[in-house]
Design a protein around this ligand. Structure first.
Ligand code: ATP
Ligand code: MG
Length: 391
């Protein structure tokens, strides 16, 4: 019997007239993610995306794994198709659930019938199938409240599908339906989480990383690229920009008051990031900042960085505790990479006593001791880019 995967749409179903666009984007994303695994028929009906493998030898575990990371889907399950008659359905149930029914004590059959022309109602289908199961496994008993095994039978237009309870999908809305933004991606825990949170709300991501060789190593950069690669399992392909930031950091150190190093550096990062964004049609910036986490992430500090921004800056981790951010990064699979101990350019020249309540005019004055205009233009000019993630 052929196995297929059913993916239930999430919020897309609420999209009214725009729904078609959302569905197209979802299909496109799913097609891209599954392409390396073989050929598939992807079809959408009744708020469900059907993934049918074409040909043998397709690794359905991997298909399921990839589909569970596509934003826009709330639930998914592996199902087996059957002819729309009770005997064929029962046959599939025995084949698929035989082992578990053999050793279980209780079960229930749950039927959903979207094909209203089918000759039995949902409760009738459940009763018939339940009867057949009891005939074969007489020691079993029906338990509607707390069954050990739940068999779900869906009677749909195109056939009957049998599966067990669905598992949670990635949720959110399809990447590509909410515009494009540039994520400031460090090697830390927070920024990959921030990027994925925005991708979950439909944003197509590019990423920008500031490196400061020789203070930061080639291997530190490779770590960040691996983070982007990991993120792409959820976010899709990421255009990755690397900015040479050494000269700027050295001039900050040589010319500006120490307590403002980090703030000035962050303002210059924002300036460069938005120039890259403007050049490449990206509408907003994203950072991994969380309110009060460190000196440069107080509200007053953010006021001084936002003062140089001409586009929206999204900080989806702003209200999360570190623990909550870590939990998300575990789920995404970025945590283990993030905690690899490599240096970040932020930590190269850290002030001993950073200002936690900086005043904008003081930061502006501190920054004005050196004219960074030319170095900013040079950094933008020398920024390299590459695509990360094959899908
Ligand atoms: P993260 O865990 O994301 O590194 P953090 O808590 O360590 O965050 P900071 O190091 O102060 O905080 O950085 C704040 C934000 O600035 C990061 O979340 C990221 O968006 C951005 N950022 C910091 N360093 C870099 C870098 N080298 N390249 C690009 N963006 C950076
Ligand atoms: Mg960091």
């Amino acid at each position: 019997m052929k196995e297929i995967i059913l993916c239930k749409y999430g919020e897309i179903v609420l999209k009214g007239l725009n729904r078609g666009g959302f569905e197209n984007e979802l299909m496109k994303n799913m097609r891209r993610r599954l392409k390396p695994l073989g050929k598939f028929d992807l079809r959408s009906a009744q708020s469900t995306l059907y993934i049918t493998p074409l040909g043998d030898g397709i690794d359905m575990d991997e298909v399921f794994e990839r589909a569970s990371k596509v934003f826009g889907i709330t639930k998914l399950c592996r199902a087996i198709g059957a002819e729309k008659d009770i005997d064929s359905i029962a046959g599939v149930i025995f084949e698929r659930f035989g082992d578990v029914l053999e050793s279980a004590k209780s079960f229930k059959v749950m039927t959903r019938r979207s094909d209203k022309s089918f000759y039995l109602t949902s409760p009738e289908v459940s009763a018939e199938l339940g009867g057949k199961i009891l005939e074969r496994y007489p020691r079993l008993r029906v338990d509607l409240d707390n069954p050990e095994v739940t068999v779900v039978c869906e009677i749909r237009g195109e056939g009957a599908f049998i599966h067990d309870t669905a598992v949670d999908g990635a949720g959110g809305i399809p990447v590509g339906t909410s515009g494009k933004a540039l994520l400031l991606l460090s090697g830390g825990i927070d920024s990959p989480v921030a990027g994925c949170m925005m991708a979950k709300r439909g944003v197509e991501l590019s990423a920008i990383h500031f490196e400061a060789p020789p203070y930061t190593s080639e291997r530190a950069l490779m770590k960040v690229e691996r983070l982007a690669e990991k993120m792409s399992e959820y976010c899709g392909r990421i255009c990755f920009y690397t900015v040479p930031f050494t000269k700027i950091q050295e001039e900050i150190r040589n010319n500006c008051p120490e307590e403002y190093f980090t703030l000035i550096m962050r303002r210059l990062m924002m300036e460069i990031a938005q120039q890259i964004a403007e050049k490449n049609g990206l509408q907003a910036l994203i950072t991994g900042e969380s309110l009060g986490q460190v000196a440069s992430q107080t509200m007053a500090a953010m006021v001084t960085t936002d003062a140089v921004c001409r586009m929206p800056v999204f900080r989806p981790c702003i209200g999360l505790d570190k623990k909550e951010i870590i939990d998300i990064s575990y789920k995404l699979g970025t945590f283990d990479i993030s905690i690899e101990p490599y240096e970040d350019c932020c930590t190269v020249f850290t002030p001993r006593h950073p200002r936690t309540k900086p005043k904008l005019e003081d930061v502006e004055r501190a920054q004005s001791y050196y004219d960074f205009g030319e170095l900013i233009a040079e950094a933008v000019e020398n920024t390299r880019s590459k695509m990360i993630g094959g899908y």
